[in-house]
Design a protein around this ligand. Structure first.
Ligand SMILES: Cc1cc2nc3c(=O)[nH]c(=O)nc-3n(C[C@H](O)[C@H](O)[C@H](O)COP(=O)(O)OP(=O)(O)OC[C@H]3O[C@@H](n4cnc5c(N)ncnc54)[C@H](O)[C@@H]3O)c2cc1C
Ligand SMILES: NC(=O)c1ccc[n+]([C@@H]2O[C@H](COP(=O)([O-])OP(=O)(O)OC[C@H]3O[C@@H](n4cnc5c(N)ncnc54)[C@H](OP(=O)(O)O)[C@@H]3O)[C@@H](O)[C@H]2O)c1
Length: 244
């Protein structure tokens, strides 16, 4: 892996420990949903971690990051300010991209926490709107302070009737229409009622990104509806990206 110098040119703070960094860095062409490795020096040793890119290829690379208390790299990234340096491997990685999604009437994008990132890139790039009649973004976070990119997503929903933005809070009541973990609101039908669409194997493809425990519980809830993992050689309706 070869790393190149990068510099922070913009920082957005969504809430304490939840932020976006835009970098001045040369990167190879990438597809929305892919990730890059960022690296920082810790006690003289380069330590790298993967981060999904939220920008599109015509813009400088942008990343949506949460600082994990006690984590090695993310608290160091949280201390970076505009003008500070880090390193980035310019090669993109990953197959959690819209072009790997088979034909489906409805595309469901399910995220926990910063698992939102790949979908921001896909929605900004826009080709998903040409391939699917409806797109539903379900963002599960603990409290409304953790709803990064909320304004941008609400603006897309206002501009595009095919797009439904459905945040769900798990540790706060009242600030959004939906409440509860994604597996629970799939099981009790709340999610489909809010979207006005069914989730079924005939019409839906579901992408799920973020916390591995969330991936497991959502996968289980959807398998009970007859959806199965998508593979190129054995097509199904579920694509996943696990963050740890
Ligand atoms: C393909 C891929 C893409 C990723 N994209 C992003 C991204 O866009 N934004 C981002 O913030 N992270 C992303 N991650 C996670 C990131 O690579 C690091 O694991 C994370 O920043 C923690 O690193 P650390 O060194 O601070 O923690 P470590 O000391 O390595 O501790 C790791 C622990 O932190 C927790 N954790 C890791 N990532 C997250 C997370 N995103 N949300 C909640 N808890 C977490 C888990 O408990 C994990 O066991 C991605 C991971 C992968 C594999
Ligand atoms: N997000 C922030 O703004 C922020 C800021 C600073 C620090 N942190 C720290 O970052 C770490 C990660 O926090 P996070 O909130 O971003 O990520 P997270 O713990 O992965 O939670 C994100 C969402 O996923 C849900 N979830 C977790 N496990 C699930 C499961 N098994 N099935 C279904 N849904 C599940 C959570 O619901 P539950 O609430 O029910 O678990 C929450 O709605 C924590 O240590 C936190 O203290 C976060």
């Amino acid at each position: 892996m070869s790393f190149a110098a990068a510099r922070v040119i913009e920082r957005v703070d969504w809430s304490e420990g939840l932020f976006s960094l835009t970098l001045d860095a040369e990167v190879e062409p990438y597809a929305p949903g892919q990730f890059f490795n960022l690296a920082v020096a810790i006690e003289g040793v380069r330590v790298k971690r993967a981060y999904s890119v939220v920008s599109t290829k015509d813009r400088p690379p942008e990343f949506y990051i949460v600082a994990i208390p006690g984590g090695k790299v993310s608290p160091v990234l949280d201390r970076l300010r505009v003008g500070d340096s880090l390193e980035l491997d310019p090669r993109p990685h990953g197959f959690f991209v819209a072009s790997e999604v088979p034909e489906a009437r409805d595309l469901w994008m399910v995220a926990s926490g910063t698992g939102l990132g790949p979908y921001i890139a896909m929605l900004r790039e826009g080709s998903v709107f040409l391939r699917h009649e409806a797109i539903v973004l379900v963002h599960s976070v603990r409290t409304s302070a953790h709803l990064g990119y909320r304004r941008e997503l609400e603006d897309i929903a206002d501009a595009r009737p095919a797009f439904h933005y459905l945040p769900t809070l798990t540790r706060e009541h009242g600030a959004t229409h939906l409440h509860g973990r994604v597996d629970a609101i799939v099981a009790n039908g709340e999610l489909e009622r809010a979207a006005g669409l069914p989730i079924d194997a005939a019409h839906s493809h579901v992408m799920v990104c973020g916390n591995p425990a969330m991936l497991d519980s959502v996968k289980k809830a959807l398998e009970e509806r007859g959806l199965k993992k998508h593979r190129r050689r054995d097509p199904g309706q579920l694509s996943t990206e696990t963050y740890w």
